[in-house]
Write a protein that binds this ligand. Structure first.
Ligand code: SAH
Length: 429
């Protein structure tokens, strides 16, 4: 209709999003989710741990449901947030125990598609059985219809009714009395200047809150049998650092990244060889100005690595005694003597904030890395071993590397530490 800016459907969804931002519900259910437009916006609000959509029309739901899947950053830089998304086919007039006990249920432009008898069932199912803490119901306000140019009859051919504000209020009050809720009536879509009082909002909205807090949930049907009447169409669990496998992969990615960096700096300092990142940092120091914005992070990282390098040296100097402990000959019998650089876990843990946050303690770090094929630990498990020359891999390691890359997490290995975008990491190698 072009009467509203932003468009009316956007304003309705924004109303829900604003509510979510304020109240931070953990479990949200969208009734009549259709093509999942609202759910796709809600999934970015990561206080939500369970996001569920229900619609009677499975074909509509299936059309775009894959847009709810995690994107690559969700895998490459997972957080501790947890999110599960589920979509069901079923009718709001039927009960299903899986949808009980939510913090928020939304019903946006749904009830007017139901017969009045089904609206009664809807009320009973939503307010009497699902008993969420809050419910947002939106429906057309027929008082506003004269302002909609060219409208004859209802706003949509499938609408069974369109209520005046008085009718909506009377239904809402009845629900409150019957099921123990209170309601605030509001809306979106402003009337023309001077008309707001008289006609109200284009879409009327009731925001219901359950009285009596959480205890009430248990009062209903405590002994009732669980009913499962909906069909699960889609279910996805977002990657989270609460998943131990994911935590280990991210940790390994960080450890490999920082260990290599420390190694390069240490070698540069030991041999006086040029280290590109080191030069970059030096030159920057002299020139005063940063290079490109994408290289700016190098400065912080270099300072950090420099500090770590110094610490590593101290540790090594203290330990080496014979001057050989830092450099190990891994295959004394073989003709090919290879040198390895050993980066103590204690150094990695102290120097890399993300490593210490993820692992908690050095001993935990050791445990988490122990069975990781992508990281080689010293025999006593106190240090990460790296080949002095990257190309100097033995067969064993080639195999490990292949396993690792086959694990589907190869991309993650290339990932930068969480604070930096991918180009930065690339600029740095
Ligand atoms: N909430 C969406 C779509 C509203 S259109 C939005 O804000 O854009 C109404 C939706 O309700 C349709 O997708 C329709 O399939 C669904 N619907 C109609 N009757 C239903 C019922 N009994 N149970 C569940 N969904 C229903």
């Amino acid at each position: 209709m072009g009467l509203f800016t932003p468009a009316l459907h956007r304003q309705r969804h924004q109303f829900v999003i604003d509510f979510v931002k304020r109240k931070k519900p953990k479990k949200v259910l969208d009734l009549g989710c259709c093509e999942c437009v609202l759910l796709k916006q809600l999934k970015f609000h990561r206080e939500i741990e369970l996001l569920v959509g229900l619609d009677i029309d499975g074909v509509q739901v299936k059309k775009k449901m894959h847009g709810l899947a995690p994107i690559s950053t969700d895998y490459l830089q997972p957080s501790y947030d947890q999110l599960r998304i589920e979509l069901y086919q079923g009718s709001v007039t039927e009960k299903d125990a899986r949808l009980r006990g939510f913090d928020l249920v939304t019903s946006i432009e749904l009830i007017e598609h139901l017969t009045l008898a089904d609206v009664e069932l809807f009320s009973e199912v939503v307010f009497g059985y699902l008993t969420p803490e809050a419910v947002i119901v939106s429906t057309p306000n027929s008082d506003f219809n004269p302002f909609l140019p060219g409208l004859v009859g209802f706003r949509h051919s499938d609408h069974k009714f369109e209520w005046t504000r008085a009718e909506f209020k009377s239904w809402a009050m009845k629900v409150c009395l019957q099921y123990g809720y209170e309601v605030e009536l509001t809306g979106v879509g402003q009337a023309p200047p001077g008309q707001q009082e008289r006609v109200g909002f284009c879409s009327q909205i009731g925001v219901f809150h359950r009285l009596g807090g959480k205890e009430r949930y248990n009062m209903f049907d405590e002994d009732a049998e669980d009913v499962f009447s909906y069909t699960l169409l889609y279910s996805i669990i977002y990657p989270s650092l609460h998943d131990n496998n994911i935590l280990r992969r991210v940790l390994m990615c960080e450890v490999v990244y920082w260990a290599e960096k420390l190694k390069r700096r240490w070698i540069a300092e030991e041999t006086g060889e040029r280290d590109d990142t080191y030069d970059l940092c030096q030159a920057k120091g002299e020139g005063g100005e940063c290079f490109r914005a994408s290289e700016r992070h190098v400065d912080t990282e270099e300072t950090q690595t420099a500090a770590c390098g110094a610490e590593m040296k101290t540790l090594v100097d203290q330990e080496k005694g014979d001057g050989e402990l830092f450099w190990t000959h891994s295959q004394p019998d073989s003709e090919k003597w290879r040198r390895r650089v050993s980066v103590p876990l204690a150094v990695l843990w102290c120097c890399c904030p993300k490593v210490s946050v993820l692992s908690g303690s050095v001993s935990n770090l050791r445990l988490l890395l122990m069975d990781e094929p992508g990281v080689k630990l010293s025999q006593d498990g106190s240090a990460v071993l790296l080949n002095h020359q990257e190309q100097d891999l033995d067969d064993d390691e080639e195999e490990h590397r292949a396993d690792f890359e086959d694990s589907g997490y190869a991309e993650a290995r290339q990932c930068p530490p969480s604070a930096e975008p991918a180009e930065d990491w690339e600029a740095n190698v």
